[in-house]
Design a protein around this ligand. Structure first.
Ligand SMILES: Nc1ncnc2c1ncn2[C@@H]1O[C@H](COP(=O)(O)OP(=O)(O)OP(=O)(O)O)[C@@H](O)[C@H]1O
Length: 229
């Protein structure tokens, strides 16, 4: 597993009344395979998750992934840390399903035909093979989220950060994606309001008001959150 470190990291954004702190000074070392970030709306979970691959930059302090500074070595970090958004539309950019996965493979497969073959294999392994030539706009929400996940995993990241990946899905698809995520060999940082899913991780961080207010064994942190929310 990778070691993800926050060293006195803060995030501040400009606002009308001066700078607004959306993540208070936070120091953490994440080494477990499955780590959940839970907490109320607007508490800072996405901000914390986005720090891990440079989508958000720390205002002060540092974020390191296996010793690589996210702010300075962002490109190398993003090769190790994949990111899945709540809304798959944010990352599905090509007209067809197979082209979308092929785009993810452009770094590892230079030749176009080989890339398409590899993309078809990826799709087949996620049960999406029959959809290869469909427009991404014709997919159901569950199929789109699965495709977005397949596209990110095809790049071979060691760490996957997933920001509420099941929120827009119905119960069956949410379970399917949830099981897939928990079964991955990769390290997973999962932002979620699905507390049953969170409780099955090894570690959970409860974020509230821009700070980590509880951190420990996932089932215990989730039980604490349930009684205090
Ligand atoms: N770029 C920004 N500019 C101003 N405020 C921001 C910015 N990014 C986040 N915020 C604010 O910071 C707070 C934390 O946001 P964040 O998205 O991290 O919360 P969250 O815990 O992921 O919420 P949710 O569960 O609703 O997705 C919110 O009040 C949000 O409005």
């Amino acid at each position: 597993m990778s070691t993800i470190s926050l060293e006195r990291a803060t995030v501040r954004v400009p606002s009308n009344d001066g700078d607004l702190t959306i993540l208070e000074e936070t120091s953490l070392e994440l080494t477990e395979q499955r780590i959940a970030l839970v907490g109320p709306n607007g508490s800072g979970k996405s901000t914390l998750a986005r720090l891990l691959n440079g989508l958000v930059t720390a205002t002060t302090g540092r974020v390191l992934v296996d010793g690589l500074d996210v702010a300075r070595q962002g490109r190398d970090v993003r090769r190790r840390v994949g990111f899945v958004f709540t809304d798959p539309a944010a990352q599905l950019v090509m007209p067809t399903v197979v082209e979308d996965v092929a785009l993810s493979l452009r770094r590892t497969h230079r030749d176009k035909e080989g890339r398409r073959r590899a993309a078809l294999q990826v799709l087949a392994s996620y049960g999406l093979g029959e959809l290869a030539d469909r427009s991404v706009h014709t997919l159901s929400g569950g199929q789109r989220q699965l495709l977005a996940l397949a596209g990110v995993l095809a790049t071979g990241p060691g760490v996957l950060v997933a920001d509420e990946p099941t929120t827009l899905l119905d119960l069956a698809n949410s379970r399917r994606i949830g099981e897939l995520l928990l079964g991955l060999p990769q390290q997973l940082v999962l932002v979620t309001h699905d507390l049953d899913l969170a409780a099955r991780c090894e570690r959970a961080l409860l974020v509230d008001g821009g700070r980590v207010v509880a951190d420990g064994e996932a089932a215990e942190v989730v039980a604490h959150y349930r009684t205090t929310a």
